[in-house]
Design a binder for this molecule. Structure first.
Ligand code: NAP
Length: 499
């Protein structure tokens, strides 16, 4: 099947693709109340792409009203669990049936290779909706222990209206991490996707209604963070904000919650994850994990392994191997090329920011081993080659700041204690990894690393059964797994006394 996916195939599909850029509220596409729009440039070539509704407070108001109405009416919340399951499963099936279209929308918006969009992002989105669909008829309430003359029901009830605010790096995957558990639990959702990546969210919403989800359960308001995200987070009738994005905006979300109705918040924020390689490790496996862990998705990954901590005696050999994997396996090309493993960065402004951080790092004395340069500029697109800086110290800006581009900072260490101290010396705590053949050390190190996920002798492995989220300023609350349902529910006790 993949053999048919030539660049020409995608170019031809693009010509016939309709780019729906309006909000989706109460089961229908709507222009912004103000009539304002904005144009999204295509990261792959810089040409103008979709025209999107520039939603503001009035659009948020309409979306929250429709979400509240359907919640209170109980048309979804009180539906037979098996019927909820059937509808959500149909939704997952429709996502798979429209996989090529969704992949194209995702790639147009964010510039990642279309085959990655197809085989990873769309697939995992459908899998996520299916995972939570299958939970809908397996959620039990509790009866608390009491004396014989009482019965205390401990009910798990949906919160009501959930505001989801999501980033642009894995739009469909992160959207489904919120939508799946929130909707399975019986809530209504108003999603504000990143301004860079609205197309797949709008299509997901129309497919949900086609699958049978009642209008109003899943609404999308497109637009800018300040204009659409902020009124959503400040709204007095929104019960919770499920946010994924930067730590800086995560802090604002907490402030908005405090300034409004003390709504709950769950925050999936930034990272600067350490991957620690001891001299006794399988260096080939480590090199592959480092390169893919840091450079996949052009480094626009919250848990990218951007800090390589390597035992000094093997630094040189490991960097050579990382360079070989990067040059031979991680092909950077136009996102429609079947050979592309990584494509463009999301937008000009982000590319300029990444190049600025690289230049600032060099001014501080960071030594470039290879890459980390703008390439393919003749295409008009926003491409940076994967690159490595060596002999770094953990106080240099390339080792401390979340760059969100294909840039690795390699920091040598001598002892296990030193490695642990450097690994934990960050405001973030999203993920980390340790490579060693000594399993005692591997487990000792994993326990001591302050991170929501730790991998041993691998990187970025996961499935829907494993919770994902951070420690420290990487946020709180977990996406994925059965535990994700909890944050979209509250406990309600109903005590009945018999005489
Ligand atoms: P961002 O700038 O924080 O934006 C995230 C979302 O918040 C976008 O929808 C954005 O809208 C919106 N927003 C911006 N300002 C807002 C405000 N004042 N009020 C309400 N909403 C506002 O992050 P990003 O650049 O899209 O994504 C990259 C960041 O996300 C990185 O830090 C990355 O580590 C993090 N991330 C974390 C995880 C995780 O699971 N921990 C996963 C993926 C990404 P606009 O689009 O208009 O800016």
């Amino acid at each position: 099947m993949t053999a048919t996916y030539t660049r020409e195939y995608w170019e031809a599909r693009l010509v016939s693709l309709s780019l729906e850029g309006r909000c989706f509220i109460n089961g229908e596409h709507r222009h912004a109340v103000s009539g304002k729009t904005f144009v999204r440039p295509r990261p792959m070539d810089g040409k103008p792409g979709a025209v999107l509704a520039r939603g503001e407070a009035a659009d948020v108001e309409a979306a929250v009203l429709s979400a509240r109405k359907v919640f209170e009416a109980g048309v979804w919340r009180l539906k037979e669990p098996s019927e909820k399951k059937r509808i959500m499963l149909r939704w997952a099936k429709l996502i798979r049936a429209h996989a090529e279209e969704l992949a194209l929308l995702e790639t147009l918006d964010v510039g990642k290779p279309v085959l990655a969009s197809l085989n990873v992002d769309v697939r995992l989105c459908a899998d996520g909706i299916q995972y939570y669909a299958e939970m809908t008829d397996k959620l039990y309430d509790e009866i608390a222990p009491t004396g014989p003359n009482a019965r205390a029901l401990v009910r798990k009830v949906p919160l009501g209206v959930i505001g989801a605010i999501t980033p642009w790096n894995y739009p469909m995957i992160i959207d489904c991490w919120k939508l799946g558990p929130a909707i399975a639990a019986g809530n209504s959702v108003v999603l504000k996707p990143a301004e860079q990546s609205s197309l797949s969210a709008i299509r997901l919403a129309s497919l949900a209604v086609e699958a049978g989800l009642p209008p109003g359960v899943f609404n999308v308001v497109t637009g800018y963070g300040e204009e659409a995200g902020k009124p959503l987070a400040l709204h007095m009738d929104v019960d919770m904000i499920a946010f994924t994005g930067s730590t800086a905006v995560g802090k604002l979300i907490m402030e908005y919650a405090a300034q409004s109705n003390i709504k709950r918040v769950a925050l999936e924020l930034g990272g600067k994850s350490p991957l620690v390689v001891f001299a006794d490790a399988d260096l080939d496996a480590a090199a592959s994990a480092v390169a893919w862990g840091c450079f996949y998705n052009s480094g626009e990954t919250c848990h990218a392994s951007t800090r390589l901590l390597v035992q000094r005696s093997v630094q040189e050999r490991l960097i050579e191997k990382i360079e070989a994997v990067t040059r031979n396996d991680i092909m950077l090309a136009h996102p429609f090329e079947p050979s592309a493993q990584i494509g463009a960065l999301v937008e000009q402004g982000h590319m300029d920011k990444v190049l600025g951080l690289i230049a600032a790092g060099e001014r501080e004395g960071a030594r470039r081993a290879f890459g980390a340069e703008r390439v393919l500029s003749e295409t008009g697109g926003y491409y940076i080659s994967p690159g490595v800086f060596v002999d770094m110290t953990n106080d240099m800006s390339l080792a401390r700041q979340e760059i969100f581009g294909p840039v690795l900072a390699a920091i040598p260490f001598d002892t296990e204690e030193e490695a642990l101290r450097i690994a934990n010396d960050t405001i973030y705590g999203l993920a980390g990894a340790v490579f060693t053949r000594d399993m005692d050390r591997a487990h000792r190190f994993s326990e001591a690393l302050h991170a929501g996920t730790v991998w041993i002798n691998t990187y970025d492995m996961s499935n829907f059964a494993t919770p994902f989220g951070g420690f420290k300023q990487s946020g709180f609350g977990r996406d994925r797994s059965v535990h994700a349902i909890d944050k979209y529910c509250d406990y309600k006790t109903i005590w009945q006394q018999f005489g």
